[in-house]
Design a protein around this ligand. Structure first.
Ligand code: CDP
Length: 201
């Protein structure tokens, strides 16, 4: 039986931690859909054409160790605005979402476009400053020598591009539960989310 949990929200809102925690708690598969766009962005940085890259993504593309960098994040949000790139990634995401045993997908358009019939929809958000602080610490821990100001600028630029594109813009589905993590630690938010999912299962 399938059971789909859609988790959307802006950059560094805590979607990844939340999705992995929910998937682990309920024994569901998890797909970080941002990685698909990051992999296409990385291929474009290597000189490939965006649509062709999206149509020919491989496991090796998704396993690259540079996908979490700030440069690749920006490239991802540029290619993510191209309708043909998004179209090339729809079937894979939908079939993952409906796999037997249930799945958690996190991204920007999961509850609105990819899985409008998802059993649970969450929209995770936080202030740009809080998100930039979290992402700055993550990048620093990964050895990056970036600054907080650069990360804040990156987060704001991506939010703006993601929310204002014509195709599948980032926004909460009408029936999504909004979780604002600005003043809450991720453990508290995870407990809230587990309760919401538990009530619908
Ligand atoms: O981890 P973070 O929230 O910073 O970003 P991500 O989820 O890895 O997504 C990287 C970029 O991919 C986003 O800025 C979006 O432009 C794009 N994306 C999208 O358009 N649709 C999705 N379902 C997931 C990501």
């Amino acid at each position: 039986m399938s059971f789909t949990i859609a988790i959307d929200g802006p950059a560094a809102a805590g979607k990844g931690t939340l999705s992995r925690g929910i998937a682990e708690h309920f024994g569901l598969a998890h797909l970080d859909t941002g990685l698909l766009y990051r992999a296409v962005g990385a291929r474009v940085r290597d000189g490939d054409e965006a649509v062709a890259a999206a149509q020919s993504l491989t496991q090796a593309d998704l396993a690259r160790d540079d996908l979490r960098s700030a440069d690749v994040a920006q490239a991802a949000s540029v290619v993510a605005a191209i309708p043909e790139v998004r179209a090339a990634l729809v079937a894979f995401q939908r079939s993952f979402a409906r796999r037997d045993g249930g799945a958690v997908l996190d991204g920007r358009d999961i509850g609105t476009v990819i899985c409008p019939d998802a059993e649970v929809k969450l929209y995770v958000t936080a202030s740009a400053e809080v998100r930039a602080t979290r992402r700055f610490h993550e990048l620093q821990a990964g050895g990056s020598d970036t600054t907080y100001d650069a990360v804040l600028e990156d987060v704001k630029a991506r939010d703006h591009r993601d929310a204002n594109r014509a195709e599948a813009p980032m926004k909460p589905a009408d029936d999504a539960v909004i979780l604002d993590t600005s003043d809450l630690d991720i453990g508290t938010v995870l407990a809230q989310a587990i309760k919401i999912v538990g009530n619908r299962r």
